[in-house]
Design a protein around this ligand. Structure first.
Ligand code: ADP
Length: 266
């Protein structure tokens, strides 16, 4: 069996091929020992590990494994998954919205990290817990998709009252910037969580579009587990990316890019 593993800050992503077909599984990082026990029981596996927790995982397994820098693994995996989608892009930006967000330019078959932001999936989970007391990821995204940001975010058009704004009035002037003092006590979990998703989505897409100016392409490929079961985040990221003149693409199984890249490097 050929196995690629991306052990990240929050989730462990595993990609493996068995009898010619590709399989994906993910585990919370707290279950790293369970993943190690699964590997230790495999018969003659070939393994490559990547990600920030790859050292911890490798110390728990008792078979030889290869290690790979996660940015290179992600690049390889994105190329493979793009090909599976029938896409043939060769110059593009990759924005990986994991626990944090990392942005890369791919051209001439090389990847260069353009930058990133600490606002990412970890922010989504952390702020949701602090503001609404919700800790379960699936519950966060389900509630968020039912909420409205209208009472919490301040839009450009709210500032330019009775006057034509110089930029789209629909743009957010300030996330969580509306006059919250009179409504703070009556805001629902759905409203608060939708606004957290808005903050994360608008930040990652804005930073991505700005970073894309250093890359000879305005196609931005979004990957990372923060998009899992999260249609609201996809919607915010898609509309903000388009509004700012770039083309978004959500890679199918994109959260497994690092694991797939590690696997096909073998
Ligand atoms: P990393 O490689 O840093 O672990 P991921 O790409 O796996 O990053 O993304 C982690 C983010 O995915 C979390 O911060 C959270 O927003 C989201 N996420 C998706 N599914 C889950 C889940 N089952 N449990 C926790 N977080 C999840």
């Amino acid at each position: 069996m050929i196995v690629g593993i991306d052990a990240g800050g929050t989730l462990i992503k595993v990609a493996y091929t068995e009898n010619g077909s590709l399989h994906f599984i993910k585990y919370p990082i707290a279950e790293i020992e369970r993943v190690a026990a699964w590997i230790n029981e495999l018969e003659n596996p070939t393994i490559c590990v990547t990600g920030g927790k790859s050292g911890v995982l490798r110390s728990l397994i008792n078979i030889n494994s290869k290690e790979m820098v996660e940015f290179d693994a992600t690049h390889l995996g994105v190329q493979y998954l793009l090909d599976r989608m029938g896409r043939s892009e060769d110059v593009y930006v990759v924005t990986n919205v994991g626990t944090g967000t990392s942005i890369h330019c791919i051209q001439n078959n090389m990847q260069e990290r353009l930058g990133g932001t600490g606002v990412g999936g970890g922010t989504l989970v952390g702020l949701s817990h602090l503001l609404a007391g919700v800790t379960d990821y699936e519950e966060i995204v389900a509630l968020a998709s039912k909420g409205s940001r209208d009472r919490i975010d301040l839009k450009v058009k709210h500032i330019y009252e009775g006057k034509e704004p110089p930029i789209s009035g629909e743009l957010t002037a300030s996330n969580f910037g509306n006059d919250l003092f009179c409504v703070a006590g009556e805001l629902s979990k759905e409203e608060l969580l939708a606004t957290v998703v808005g903050l994360v989505g608008e930040t990652v897409s804005t930073v991505s579009v700005l970073a894309a100016r250093q890359c000879a392409s305005s196609t931005i490929i979004y990957i990372g587990s923060s998009f899992i079961h999260n249609p609201l985040l996809k919607e915010v990221v898609e509309s903000y990316t388009v509004l700012r003149g770039a083309t978004p693409l959500f890679l199918e199984n994109g959260e497994f890019s690092g694991a797939v890249g590690a696997m096909i490097s073998l």
